[in-house]
Design a protein around this ligand. Structure first.
Ligand code: 4AD
Ligand code: MG
Length: 451
């Protein structure tokens, strides 16, 4: 039976008859034997193999080049070499799949741009192996967080007819060969890929109290930044009987606990990030876990930015969206910690947010973190039927399209609140990776839809 390299390296005793399989990272030949390093992606480290010239399968050794796949049987012995505890003394080698000379990962280090062009092979590099193992771990940490608190995981639809964020940045769904007449819609009305599971999530919160969604979302914004993707994953908790303060509290605990789980995880992957990707990563993450997040109203934040004397590219004015440079200034320079900005102007926020008593702002909040800017956007929802109707009509939404959403306010309406955390932005935060394209297995961005 095959043992993973990770299991082998974690062994406390020598053993005979071990079988491993993986891809050759390097091979060095001497007169009577060869050294191979084999990695199977189960952990960052590879396993050192020593194969004497006489062992079974050695006749294929020249084909066991970098990138080829092999299986090795052998005995595990303490390694005299530095930097590794075990090595495998091969008793038999099997070439599973050779890799000709044009295998693109021959060199030790390649730049991220080059590796993006070979998204199908980059998980075989140290950095991307570590990123995608961490992605998996972070996804599990999300479920742990909510499980501990009794939240129900709800799968909201990917195909929808509503535009939650009202920004009109949607990918329309078309069909080929469904024999539709001109102007006829497959679903009876125009449909598109969801930008958020929130509205459907709200209906479940107004029945099961505390729920969360975790799934892919799609935005057709033509933004060419290192923090925007056309397809990304979002986690959206929704809580009935909850106001904005409870929402901000949950958001803060969520970011802290996810960060803590990564700090507590296997040290090898995290060590790679803190050594090679971002030297400030560990102190920054410890600060995020230890310090309470600052909280500041949008109105005060605008004042801080205006009084900062900082030369921003985009002007700051009450009633305008905060730009990324403004967000970064608030978290990195002014607060020197994550900061939750709340009570934004109604005019720049979607229809579902609860109107405040000042009639100018809504109970919205964004969590901004150093190095990224906005990582979470959320709000208390408008639970008053008449106010919601008013908001919808100002937003140009037709009531008949959202009857089900209005029903929640008609039948047993309750205060409720929630937020969305961008999963990839969180992953960028905990790994120090600077470009969202490098934390998504197959990134989709304007102009790019690789394998
Ligand atoms: O602020 P957003 O647009 O909020 C919503 O969609 C709400 N419906 C959430 C809710 O209240 N349930 O998006 C939430 C988060 C952002 O803070 C950001 O982290 C991430 O989703 N995000 C993106 N991540 C990558 N690429 C994009 N194009 C993103 N757009 C938003
Ligand atoms: Mg937002």
């Amino acid at each position: 039976m095959r043992t993973s390299v990770k299991e082998v390296l974690n062994r406390v005793e020598a053993a005979e008859g071990i079988s491993v399989a993986g891809w050759v990272r390097t091979r060095r030949d001497s007169k009577d034997f060869s050294f191979l390093e084999v990695n199977d992606g189960s952990c960052l480290a590879g396993l050192q193999i020593i194969a004497d010239a006489g062992v079974k399968g050695y006749e294929d050794i020249q084909m066991m080049s970098t990138g080829s796949a092999i299986r090795v049987e052998g005995n595990l012995v303490a390694s005299p070499g530095e930097g590794q505890s075990w090595e495998l003394q091969a008793t038999a080698l099997v070439l599973l799949g050779s890799a000709p000379e044009d295998y693109p990962l021959q060199k030790k280090r390649h730049g991220p741009e080059f590796l993006r062009e070979i998204a199908h092979l980059r998980p075989r590099t140290n950095l991307f192996g570590a990123v995608f193992r961490t992605r998996s771990r972070l996804a599990l940490a999300v479920h742990h967080f909510f499980e501990k608190r009794g939240f129900v995981y709800v799968h909201t639809p990917i195909i929808t007819a509503n535009d939650c964020e009202g920004a009109g940045e949607m990918f329309k769904i078309n069909t080929d060969g469904a024999n539709l007449q001109d102007g006829e819609h497959f679903f009876g009305k125009p449909a598109h890929l969801t930008v958020s599971g929130q509205l459907e999530g709200e209906t479940f919160a107004c029945a099961l109290s505390n729920i969360y969604t975790f799934g892919p979302t799609f935005r057709a914004e033509n933004s060419h930044t290192s923090r925007h993707a056309s397809e990304f994953w979002m986690i959206e908790p929704e809580m009935a009987f909850c106001n904005l303060e409870g929402d901000m509290d949950l958001a803060e605990s969520f970011v802290k606990e996810l960060t803590q789980e990564i700090l507590d995880g296997p040290g090898d992957d995290f060590g790679l990030f803190s050594k090679f990707v971002d030297k400030e990563l560990e102190p920054r993450l410890r600060m995020i876990v230890e310090r309470p997040f600052a909280r500041i109203s949008y109105t005060d934040a605008v004042r801080v930015l205006e009084d900062s004397g900082h030369d921003f590219e985009y002007p700051v004015a009450w009633g305008e969206n905060l730009q990324s440079e403004h967000e970064r200034y608030l978290t990195e320079e002014y607060c020197k910690s994550p900061v939750t900005v709340f009570d934004y102007p109604e005019t720049i926020k979607p229809f579902y947010m609860r109107r405040n008593d000042d009639q100018k702002t809504v109970a919205a909040m964004d969590v901004l973190v150093p190095g990224i800017g906005e990582i979470i956007g959320g709000s208390q929802r408008e639970e008053r039927l008449d106010v919601l109707r008013d908001n919808m009509s100002s937003a140009g939404l037709r009531e008949e399209d959202y009857q089900w959403y209005l029903d929640l306010r008609k039948f047993g309406s309750v205060p409720h609140a929630g937020f969305g955390l961008g999963f990839e932005r969180m992953l960028m935060m905990v790994t120090g990776v600077q470009n969202i394209r490098d934390v998504i297995p197959f990134p989709r961005t304007p102009g790019a839809c690789g394998p």
